[in-house]
Design a protein around this ligand. Structure first.
Ligand SMILES: NC(=O)c1ccc[n+]([C@@H]2O[C@H](COP(=O)([O-])OP(=O)(O)OC[C@H]3O[C@@H](n4cnc5c(N)ncnc54)[C@H](OP(=O)(O)O)[C@@H]3O)[C@@H](O)[C@H]2O)c1
Length: 505
C-alpha cells in the first residue's frame, strides 16, 4: 500500500511517499481502508518528535481518518466489516490502510460525506467539550476565541454561536476573520494589526469577556487573561504559537476567574459515555446542517507534506483534507482467511444504519412500539452447528452428521438446533442497538417462544426486532422486552419468534 512515511524526525519536506506492506491488526483492533485523512496540528509536531506521543521511525503521520472497515480483531464486537467509520488513530492515517484500536473507531451515517467525516471529530469534539463541559457557555455570555480561523478555533466560533454566545473572533489575517464572520462571529479582531486588549475593551466596556478560548498560547495569553470579566473562565486548549505561557497568578485572584485545562483525548477515555453523547449531538447537528466544517483544500496523498507545511505556515483556514483513496464497493471486501465468522459477515453487508443509538436507558421507554430494524444476514454453517452441539453436549445426528443427513433427511441437509437460532438473537441485538455506557444485556427471560421452521445448514438468517416494553426498575436498571422474529432467506415462515426480556444494569 502507499503511505507517506517519516523515516527521520524532521520537517514536512523530509516525508516520503512509499510503497509499504499493510499493517497487521491485534485482536482489539480494526483495519481501515482510509478514504480521507485530516491534517491536524499534532501532525506537525509528531514528525519532529515534539509531540506527547512519540512513535518510532519509520511511521506514517495522520491521526484522524475516515474510511471503511476491512477487517476486525476477534474481540471486536460493536463494529462490522464494511462499516463506514471515523477513527482517531494517533498516527498512520496518511496511508491507504491503518490499524486502529476499536475503542477509537466510531460508525458514521451514510449521509455524512468522506471529507466532512474526516474533518469534524477532532475539531468539533474538542471545541464542543471545551465550551459545553468545561466553559459551560451560557446564552448571552461573551467569548473571546484566539486563533479563531484555525481548526479548533473556527469550530469554536460556530459552536459558540449555536449555543447563544456573543463571539469575538481574533486571528492574524482578514481572510481568517472573514471566515469567522461567515460562521457567525459578532465581532472580529486582527491581532497582527490591532491591540487585542483595547479592542476587547471597546466591545465589552470595562466588564471584559466571560470566556476565553485559547488554542494559541504565547504572548496573547496574558493579554486575553487581563481582558476577562469577574468570575470568567479561561480555556487552555493548546499552544500553536509554540510557547507555553507563564502567567501571573494574581490576575486569577483579582478577577476571581478560573483557568481550566481542556484535554479532549483524555476526556474521551475517562468519560466515554459523556463523550459519546457529545459525538451523538454533533452528528445530529451535522445532519441538520447546523454545523459544517470549513474545508480549506483537499490534497492528494503525495501532497500530504505540503498540507502539513501549509498548516505550519498558518495558511490553513478551518481544515485541510488528504484524499487518500477512492470509495470502494463494500461487497468486494475480502477479509483475512483465518476468521471464518468474519468471512460470513462480509457476504451479509446490509445498507441499514445500525446500531440504533439511545443516549441512556430512559430513552428506551420513549421508544416502545418502535422497530429496531433488521440485522445483517448471517449464514449458519456446519462449524457453527458443531460448536453449538459440542458446547451443549447435544450431538444428535440430525445436527452433526452431514452424510447421514444427506441420505435420510428430506432436504438432505443437517438442521441447526432450535436453541442455536435462539442463542444468535444476542449477537444480532448487539449489532442493532447501542445504549450509551451499556456494554452488555443480561438475559432475563423469554415469552411466547416458538421454533416455526427448521433451520438448515447453509441457510441465511436475520433478525427483525421491535421494542414491545421498556420498564425502569426501582434500582435504576431497565427491563427491556423485545419482540424478535428470525427470518430465513427465501422462506415464507420464520425460524423463530419470541419476546425476549433483557435486564440492563
Ligand atoms: N486540548 C485539546 O484537547 C486539543 C485538541 C485539539 C487541538 N489542540 C491544540 O490546539 C492548537 C490548535 O490546533 P488546530 O488544529 O486548530 O491548529 P491550526 O488549524 O493550525 O490552528 C492554529 C492557529 O493558531 C494560530 N497560530 C499562532 N501561532 C502559530 C504558529 N506559530 N504556528 C501555527 N499556528 C499558529 C494560527 O492562527 P493565526 O494565524 O490567526 O494566529 C492558526 O490558525 C494546537 O496546539 C493543538 O495541539 C488541543
Amino acid at each position: 500500500m502507499k503511505a507517506v512515511i517519516c523515516e527521520q524526525y524532521g520537517l514536512p519536506e523530509s516525508l516520503i511517499l512509499k510503497e509499504i506492506p499493510p499493517p497487521m491488526i491485534t485482536s482489539k483492533q480494526v483495519l481501515i481502508k482510509v478514504i480521507t485523512s485530516a491534517v491536524n496540528f499534532p501532525d506537525s509536531l509528531i514528525i519532529q518528535n515534539k509531540y506527547q506521543f512519540k512513535p518510532t521511525v519509520p511511521f506514517a503521520p495522520g491521526g484522524e481518518v475516515a474510511g471503511i472497515i476491512l477487517d476486525l480483531g476477534k474481540e471486536v464486537k460493536h463494529l462490522q466489516i464494511g462499516d463506514r467509520v471515523v477513527a482517531l488513530c494517533g498516527w498512520g492515517g496518511f496511508a491507504e490502510q491503518v490499524a486502529v484500536d476499536a475503542n477509537r473507531v466510531f460508525k458514521i451515517p451514510s449521509a455524512i460525506n468522506w471529507q466532512t467525516a474526516a474533518a469534524t471529530l477532532y475539531n468539533y469534539g474538542t471545541s464542543y467539550h471545551a465550551l459545553k463541559d468545561r466553559g459551560q457557555l451560557q446564552p448571552g455570555q461573551t467569548i473571546l476565541i484566539l486563533g479563531a480561523g484555525g481548526g479548533v478555533g473556527l469550530a469554536a466560533v460556530e459552536l459558540a454561536k449555536k449555543m447563544g454566545g456573543i463571539v469575538i473572533a481574533a486571528a492574524s489575517s482578514q481572510e481568517k476573520l472573514d471566515a469567522c464572520q461567515k460562521k457567525g462571529a459578532d465581532y472580529t479582531i486582527n491581532y497582527s494589526t490591532e491591540d487585542l486588549r483595547e479592542c476587547v475593551k471597546k466591545i465589552t466596556g470595562e466588564k471584559g469577556v466571560d470566556l476565553v478560548y485559547d488554542p494559541v498560547g504565547g504572548a496573547l495569553a496574558e493579554t486575553a487573561l487581563r481582558s476577562m470579566s469577574w468570575k470568567g473562565r479561561y480555556l487552555v486548549v493548546g499552544f500553536a504559537s509554540g510557547t507555553i505561557p507563564s502567567l501571573p497568578f494574581n490576575l486569577a485572584l483579582l478577577k476571581g476567574c478560573a483557568i481550566m485545562g481542556v484535554f479532549w483525548g483524555a476526556f474521551t477515555e475517562k468519560e466515554p459515555a459523556l463523550s459519546l453523547q457529545n459525538l451523538g449531538e454533533l452528528v445530529q447537528m451535522i445532519l441538520r446542517g447546523d454545523i459544517q466544517q470549513e474545508i480549506y483544500k483537499i490534497y492528494a496523498l503525495k501532497d500530504a507534506p505540503q498540507a502539513i507545511r501549509d498548516l505550519m505556515d498558518r495558511k490553513i483556514i478551518g481544515k485541510a483534507i488528504i484524499q487518500v483513496s477512492e470509495e470502494i464497493d463494500t461487497e468486494n471486501i475480502i477479509p483475512t482467511e483465518t476468521r471464518t465468522a468474519q468471512k460470513i459477515q462480509t457476504q451479509q453487508l446490509s445498507t441499514i444504519e445500525l446500531p440504533v443509538r439511545f443516549l441512556n436507558k430512559a430513552a428506551l421507554t420513549g421508544a416502545i412500539g418502535s422497530a429496531l430494524g433488521t440485522s445483517n444476514w448471517l449464514m449458519v454453517d456446519q462449524e457453527m452447528i458443531n460448536n453449538f452441539a459440542n458446547a451443549t453436549l447435544d450431538n444428535q445426528w440430525v445436527h452433526v452428521d452431514p452424510e447421514k443427513a444427506a441420505s435420510r433427511l428430506p432436504d438432505g441437509k443437517t438442521i441447526a438446533h432450535g436453541y442455536l437460532s435462539m442463542s444468535l438473537v444476542s449477537q444480532f441485538l448487539y449489532q442493532m442497538i447501542h445504549i450509551e455506557g451499556v456494554n452488555s444485556f443480561l438475559n432475563y427471560g423469554i415469552n411466547k417462544a416458538r421454533f416455526i421452521t427448521p433451520l438448515q445448514c447453509g441457510d441465511q438468517i436475520r433478525l427483525h426486532a421491535t421494542i414491545s416494553q421498556a420498564e425502569i426498575q426501582e434500582n435504576g436498571s431497565l427491563k427491556l422486552f423485545i419482540h424478535c422474529n428470525i427470518e430465513i432467506k427465501g422462506k415464507n415462515k420464520p425460524a423463530y419468534v419470541a419476546e425476549i426480556i433483557s435486564l440492563i444494569l
